[in-house]
Design a protein around this ligand. Structure first.
Ligand SMILES: NC(=O)c1ccc[n+]([C@@H]2O[C@H](COP(=O)([O-])OP(=O)(O)OC[C@H]3O[C@@H](n4cnc5c(N)ncnc54)[C@H](OP(=O)(O)O)[C@@H]3O)[C@@H](O)[C@H]2O)c1
Length: 237
């Protein structure tokens, strides 16, 4: 895919990876970006650029999604970046439900609402920001992993279901990234800027799965070679 001339929507554009993606898309020559957030005033972290349109969007609210779909009828690239985490595996079920609500159902609603628009505009592309721990469970944040595993499965299904309308569906599987979501996590973290750059490189190369940092690449390779060993290793975090 050529990023130049794409009309892109990024959910959670006020967050760490979302903001870095908007900046990377601008630098790569995107034609137009719908930068979305639940609280539109939080988008003041983005640069002033005539190609950015700010949209209020809560991916767990049907009316909000439908409003965004009316505004972004010219969309060619949907980036489902919004996500949430917080529960330990044996923690609050309320938080676990919230993770599923945002990471799985919210992203599902975005895909189903925008797929016909992308189809009308020639096919385009959906990018889902998943996580490498959607491929193997890290028990300390096990319910988050389960919600991302559901999103991984959804991404595979969407790829098959939308191939007929020529919509590419890409899964992104980062390891730990230095954003608000990982505040207090004592692990080496990639910068959101380097992750965004790797995502753009992967999109330009036409990859269907993108592992944008060294932690993610190592886990992915381990899962192909010795999956049980990786599972045991993740239980140590
Ligand atoms: N950081 C990591 O280590 C890491 C690793 C792998 C994958 N990821 C994934 O990367 C994505 C971006 O996360 P991040 O690391 O950049 O964290 P972040 O800075 O906390 O950003 C999360 C974003 O999601 C938004 N969001 C949450 N619920 C939403 C909803 N219902 N509707 C619309 N937006 C909503 C947040 O908006 P508010 O400001 O309104 O809450 C925020 O903009 C997430 O999907 C996350 O799971 C992160």
């Amino acid at each position: 895919m050529n990023i130049k001339n794409q009309t892109i929507l990024v959910t959670g554009a006020n967050g760490g990876i979302g903001k870095a993606l908007v900046n990377a898309f601008l630098a790569a020559g995107a034609a137009k970006i719908y930068a979305c957030a639940r609280d539109i005033t939080s988008l003041d972290v983005l640069p002033v650029d005539g190609r950015i349109s700010l949209l209020k969007l809560d991916i767990c609210n049907t009316a909000s999604i439908e409003k965004a779909a009316v505004a972004a009828r010219d969309l060619t690239l949907l980036v489902n970046n919004a996500g949430t985490g917080g529960a330990g595996l044996l923690g609050s079920q309320q938080i676990a439900r919230r993770e599923m609500e945002v990471n799985y159902f919210g992203t599902h609603a975005m895909c189903t609402t925008f797929a016909p628009i992308l189809g009308k505009n020639g096919g385009g592309c959906i990018v889902n920001i998943i996580s490498v721990i959607g491929l193997v469970n890290m028990p300390s944040i096990g319910t988050y992993c389960a919600s991302k595993a559901a999103l991984h499965s959804l991404t595979q299904g969407m790829r098959g279901a939308l191939s007929g309308q020529k919509t590419a569906v890409v899964g992104v599987y980062p390891g730990p990234v230095d954003t608000r979501m990982t505040d207090g996590l004592a692990m080496a973290k990639a910068s959101p800027e380097s992750v965004a750059e790797e995502i753009l490189t992967g999109l330009t190369a036409g990859l269907e799965e993108i592992y944008p940092d060294s932690f993610a690449q190592k886990i992915h390779e381990g899962l192909l070679a010795t999956p049980r060993e990786v599972e045991r290793e993740m239980a140590r975090y």
